[in-house]
Design a protein around this ligand. Sequence first.
Ligand SMILES: [Zn+2]
Length: 185
Amino acid sequence: MTKRTVVPGEEVAVAEEYMPDRGTYEYDGKIYSALAGELELDKENMVARVQAANPINLLKSGDSVFCRVTDVRPAMAICEIIGTEGKDRAITGETSATIHISKLSSEYVQEVGKEMRPGDLVRAKVIQTVPSVQLSTQEPHFGVVKALCKKCRSPLVCQGRSLRCDPCERVENRKLADDYGDVHF
Ligand SMILES: [Zn+2]
């Protein structure tokens, strides 16, 4: 089997010799790569396939992700997903997501802004991917994992069920993940 690196649109074989398979397509008697990756010309089965260089990391329901809150509205938090927990690969596709007020906590939430603030780092569970990415932080392990003081930008430390800024002697509230402060990036 011959292997080499190819780019999308590159001619990799002729249709007389090979059949297109995963990652390739036929056009006008020639086989082209649809992906960037490693070409495999399988002489035995007479197929040409391309293995993607970076296997895609598509979000799916149930995934645990880390995201940063970019905006807070009365009924939802807007987030940018940074990565999937336990995976090094970047996410392929949509990284903008929302946490609706009803999915933020298992307890009643009056206003999203009282539980999350722009800049907060949050662990959330993907509950929907199409047509938009929706996240939930209802379970104890989900919620804010790192937050900065609104006034002085010092990291807030956990104090019971609240967060405290020592320099300002202020207390802020968040929907906290059960391991707040212990998550390192
Ligand atoms: Zn402060």
